[in-house]
Design a protein around this ligand. Structure first.
Ligand code: PRT
Ligand code: ZN
Length: 287
């Protein structure tokens, strides 16, 4: 008998994307027990999970050893492998930036002409310098790039920055952002029909989770003569639900607000006369 088809997903074994990748699967109803082994069979979806170094994920997916993967855009672009991006995943956000020693009087990208720059992202840096018409000496190092200037190995670094505290601790300042990155779901460019169908089911679940993560359910009470103003502030997915309260002349309004403009919306609602505002997380949100 033929083995049932399972989609092979590559995720980071350990590191900054590992936990968030497993949490996303879990929110999609897919349970994976990370046993420290190379592979695991998931429950809740026909999925086989491969645990790899993030650097290797684009290669495994482009070779078809894995059908799909979760990996940072920085690695996808740096590796230059033939993979298609299916979705941004909303975690692992960072930027790839140029940084110089803090006392340098930096006046623009011309500073880097002829300088020594340490990085693990030689491909992205080379392309960026060429595009800016600059020539610099690129020193490839695989870890602790931020110490290169203080040990005299480089004048500047090109590295991943998130909060900026690593730069600060090493006496460096960020002067130019080259790329903003987040984790993406990637796929082998020529999946078979069974794999493609499974990928679509998985992407559907991921969309429902992403939408829910970016939204909050909001409930509030308001006098009926304020309802029009309030509905203008929280139009909802289709339109808000309005339920009369036991107290005459008052209603309860239910709607959905986006995480991004959440605090601004709350302020506007209070000004418009809303009371008893309740904010509730949404578990899943289907299109
Ligand atoms: O072992 P493996 O090769 O799998 O892991 P890794 O050590 O290469 O990667 P890892 O786990 O550090 O990062 C995996 C991915 O997370 C990266 O490719 C990025 O897409 C993303 N990401 C998000 C980050 C950061 N934020 C981040 N802050 N990757 C690295 N950093 C490092 C950065 O290199 C620097 O040393 O954190 C430091 C800077 O952080 P701040 O907050 O001090 O600015
Ligand atoms: Zn890595």
């Amino acid at each position: 008998m033929e083995a049932p088809v399972a989609l092979k997903l590559a995720i980071q074994k350990s590191g900054r994307l590992a936990e968030a990748s497993l949490r996303l699967l879990d929110d999609c109803g897919i349970r994976v027990t990370a046993t420290g082994k190379l592979k695991a069979q998931a429950a809740g979806f026909p999925l086989e999970v491969l645990f790899l170094r993030d650097d290797d994920i684009p290669q495994y997916v482009s070779d078809g050893v894995a059908d799909i993967g979760m990996v940072g855009e920085n690695e996808i672009i740096e590796r230059g492998k033939d993979v298609s991006s299916v979705r941004p995943l909303g975690f692992g956000r960072c930027r790839l930036s140029l940084a110089v020693r803090e006392h340098v009087a930096y006046s623009g990208l011309g500073y880097f002409q002829g300088k020594r720059i340490a990085t693990s992202y030689t491909g992205i840096l080379e392309r960026f310098l060429a595009q800016e018409g600059l020539t610099a000496e690129i020193h490839e190092i695989s870890g602790s790039v931020e110490i290169a200037p203080s040990v005299g190995m480089a004048d500047a670094i090109f590295d991943i920055v998130s909060t900026g505290s690593t730069l600060l601790l090493n006496g460096l300042k960020e002067v130019h952002t080259v790329l903003r990155s987040e984790a993406h779901l990637i796929a082998h460019p020529h999946l078979g029909p069974a794999q493609q169908a499974l990928l679509e089911q998985l992407a559907f679940r991921i969309d429902a989770v992403s939408r829910a993560r970016n939204s909050k359910y909001i409930l509030l009470n308001a006098p009926n003569d304020r309802l029009e103003a309030i509905i203008r502030i929280i139009p909802g997915v289709k339109s808000p639900t309005i339920v009369p309260l036991a107290q005459s002349g008052w209603s309860s309004v239910h709607s959905v607000v986006s995480e991004d403009d959440f605090w601004a919306v709350i302020g506007d609602l209070k000004t418009a006369g809303a009371e008893g505002i309740l904010i509730v997380p949404i578990e899943k949100m289907i299109g």
